[in-house]
Ligand binder design. Structure first.
Ligand code: MLT
Length: 407
């Protein structure tokens, strides 16, 4: 008899964005005349930057000629991309990351979801609340939690991110072994200062813990004082892995390319308390379960780091940040406290009422899709997240419609 992994029974019936997509498609069916504007899931709408597109084409053409055809590439990514990442995303910041510490993959979602696999079943885990659901659900699947009760899984420690702490939780006064941090934050749009990250790095050293730092939205940081990488913090190399993505940086949501940094001195511990380096373990996992990102996609990703690519990707994020500013200002002027959107593409809006009801109301009355804050956790109740990823004219129209409904 084939038995299922009973931990799957603990999961909420569907992934947050699938639930929303289902609601939206039902609304579409019953209201075929309404033109829906999507400011829900953070999916980019602008086309690929020209530099990436040309490189993508070149890569495809190379695959069509016997002299330049390539079969399996290195699972960890081609050297040309890993070196470009190390130099441009880290060394330029003064952060010490080498090319062979970078593992290229098909998504930060996959990486932040898969990393837990290399740790023991009984570790103490801290997740932010509100939280990107992947961190939680993958640990549920792995059997590291109890049941879901009152909006939370038993056995997880929730790091409450509220207006009181400006959505940046401080390390708790209890030991945790694995902590997920995401800055700029999804969903709140909050950013963490160097001092705030340094407190977490110090905590991880003190408790022999590990931080999974999700920096998928790093390219939206404009404040020069904010850290772009956790490796700008002294001591982070031993206690943190960092995931980044080309999805939002360069419009790659449909192309798929990301990477995770596992520094060679990053450590965990075996059952007897002896140090084990994570780099060989992640390399083992990656080479066993993954055969690398396709060559044309890696060529396209490497073009992000050319002079042209850098300019064009900056224009992309500037465009979405322009949307974000409009959304934040309009929601504020309607009397809704709103944060984020200055160094991130998400605006976190206090609705003062049930998140799903507010979501349903905006969908039915304005045909605008947002994301209910409670879908990200208990601390998200009473909020909605509005994404800045859409065309400017659609954002402007959505805000007009919202004004008519709420104004
Ligand atoms: C989101 O809307 O939170 C993101 O698009 C999800 C993701 O990047 O997987």
């Amino acid at each position: 008899m084939i038995k299922i992994n009973s931990n799957y029974a603990k999961l909420q019936s569907s992934y947050l964005f699938s639930t929303i997509a289902k609601k939206v498609s039902e609304f579409e069916k019953t209201n075929p005349d309404k033109k829906i504007i999507r400011l829900g899931i953070g999916d980019v709408t602008l086309p690929l930057p020209g530099a990436c597109l040309s490189a993508f084409h070149e890569g495809v053409d190379e695959m069509g000629k016997a002299e330049t055809f390539r079969g399996y590439g290195p699972e960890q990514g081609y050297e040309f991309l890993r070196s470009a990442i190390a130099v441009n995303d880290f060394k330029r910041l003064g952060a010490d990351v080498e090319a062979d510490e970078i593992f290229v993959s098909d998504g930060a979602k996959c990486d932040t979801g898969n990393l837990q696999e290399i740790f023991a079943g009984d570790i103490a885990i801290g997740v932010p609340d509100p939280v990107y659901p992947v961190y939680v659900d993958t640990n549920v699947m792995a059997g590291r939690t109890g049941i879901f009760r009152d909006g939370r899984y038993e056995g997880l420690y929730y790091l409450e991110s509220t207006e009181k702490n400006k959505f940046v939780p401080a390390p708790p006064d209890r030991p945790l072994d694995l902590v997920y941090l995401c800055f700029p934050n999804n969903p709140t749009g909050a950013t963490a200062t160097k001092a705030e990250l340094a407190a977490w790095v110090e905590y991880a050293h003190r408790h022999k813990a590990l931080i999974i730092f999700d920096a998928a939205y790093e390219s939206f940081i404009r404040d020069k004082n904010l850290p772009r990488s956790i490796y700008e913090i002294p001591g982070a190399r031993e206690v943190a892995v960092e995931s980044r993505s080309f999805s939002k940086t360069a419009g790659f949501t449909g192309v798929r390319c990301a990477y995770t940094v596992v520094p060679k001195d990053c450590r965990a511990f075996d059952a007897a308390g002896n140090i084990e380096k994570l780099h060989p373990l992640w390399n083992r996992r990656h080479t066993t379960k993954f055969n690398g990102v396709s060559y044309p996609v890696q060529k396209a990703a490497a073009a992000v780091y050319t002079e042209e690519g850098r300019k064009q990707t900056r224009e992309l994020s500037d465009y979405y940040l322009g949307n974000a500013r409009l959304i934040r200002e309009n929601m504020l002027s309607l009397g809704f406290p709103a944060t984020g959107g200055d160094n991130s593409p998400y605006i976190w809006v206090r609705t003062g009422s049930d998140s799903w009801e507010f979501f349903d109301m905006l969908l039915s009355k304005a045909a605008v899709v947002t994301t209910p804050g409670s879908g990200f956790g208990r601390c998200g109740e009473g909020y909605i997240r509005i994404s800045a990823f859409n065309h400017r004219e659609k954002v402007v129209e959505a805000l007009e419609r919202i004004k008519q409904v709420l104004g």
